[in-house]
Design a protein around this ligand. Structure first.
Ligand SMILES: Nc1nc2c(ncn2[C@@H]2O[C@H](COP(=O)(O)OP(=O)(O)OP(=O)(O)O)[C@@H](O)[C@H]2O)c(=O)[nH]1
Ligand SMILES: [Mg+2]
Length: 307
């Protein structure tokens, strides 16, 4: 219960948008009819559930309303909440949470995404969790491009009292990563978190660089990276889904972490994303501090936005 109420606070913008729009729709329509159904559909689209999952939800909702002869607005709200929970439970049935006690050593996670989505901050949050779990963590400054990117990661490394491996600005990220992975093996690190430069998914040469990075980790340790996490800024809504498609065409993405859910009313994107991409949301970020990361639990999430 406490988990959900904390999450609800952080997701207040989406939650408020939801509750406000629904009560408005119920007030205007007064009864459960075609207009109300259209309003509900609009609310789902506006909070960025996406077209295809909204259609799926609406079809089922209409069926339930007809079949059970629902005529009460509270009941329809509750029905919708449970319906979305059920759909997500089906989709997330076999999805593994991010492994914070991995068996493989070193466990290598590569982070990718467009500029400014929260890659570096998310790495710090993950590093904090691994460290709390007693793991020896190495951060890798694979962003050799953006001014001050290495210093930004170093500030986190110092704050978390963990080690960072880096190269020179302008050097090939793959060579930085190659050296870092060899260091990780030699010095017995448990977990390696690799930062990369933000890149627009439309820049082909930068996407090729990711392929090279992905080949490089395999040269040092077969079968790695163990996870390739795509970071998506939830405030970009459907555009984030477009980005994800292009990244996933370039390298295999094992999961998405959605950031900045504390700053958007469009939190529905967390629900539509798996449906449109078949890539699961593995965790969500709800603030700038190192504790502000949560496993994605679909039930808790839906409960937090419906309230
Ligand atoms: N409110 C909020 N802010 C966040 C969250 N995650 C990251 N930020 C902020 O977003 C900004 C960008 O974060 P970075 O981690 O530097 O993003 P990045 O993807 O590494 O950026 P580049 O390396 O420039 O591509 C920073 O000001 C972060 O504090 C979040 O979950 N919530
Ligand atoms: Mg960064």
């Amino acid at each position: 219960m406490k988990v959900v109420s904390n999450l609800k606070k952080k997701l207040a913008k989406t939650h408020n948008a939801f509750v406000k729009s629904f009560s408005e729709a119920f007030r205007i329509c007064g009864k459960i009819d075609k207009n109300l159904m259209e309003s509900i559909e609009d609310i789902l689209i506006q909070t960025d559930f996406g077209i295809s999952i909204t259609a799926k939800i609406m079809e089922k909702l209409e069926e339930i309303v007809r079949f059970q002869k629902i005529s009460d607005s509270n009941k329809i709200y509750e029905t919708l909440e449970n319906l979305i929970k059920d759909i997500l439970q089906d989709e997330y049935n076999d999805i593994q949470k991010i492994d914070f006690s991995p068996n493989q050593k070193p466990f290598i996670i590569l982070f990718v995404g467009v500029n400014g989505v929260g890659k570096t901050t998310t790495i710090a949050k993950m590093a904090y969790r691994y460290k709390t779990n007693g793991k020896k963590v190495l951060l890798v400054a694979g962003d050799t491009f953006r001014a001050a990117a290495i210093e930004q990661l170093k500030i986190w490394a110092d704050r978390l009292k963990i080690k960072m491996s880096s190269g020179d600005y302008g050097s090939d990220p793959s060579s930085v990563i190659f050296n870092a992975l060899n260091l990780a093996v030699a010095k017995n690190f448990d977990v390696v978190l690799i930062d990369t430069a933000g890149r627009l998914h439309t820049k082909i040469n930068l996407m090729r660089e990711l392929e090279k990075i992905s080949r490089t980790t395999k040269k040092v340790i077969h079968g790695t990276p163990h996870e390739t996490i795509l970071i998506i800024d939830s405030t970009t809504g459907q555009n984030g889904i477009q980005q994800a498609k292009t990244f996933a065409e370039t390298i295999p993405i094992s999961g998405i972490i959605l950031t900045k859910l504390d700053g958007t009313a469009k939190g529905g994107v967390a629900i539509g994303i798996k449906d449109s991409l078949n890539i699961p949301v593995r965790a969500i970020c709800i603030g700038e501090k190192m504790e502000d990361i949560r496993d994605f639990n679909s039930d808790d999430f839906v409960q937090a936005i419906f309230g």
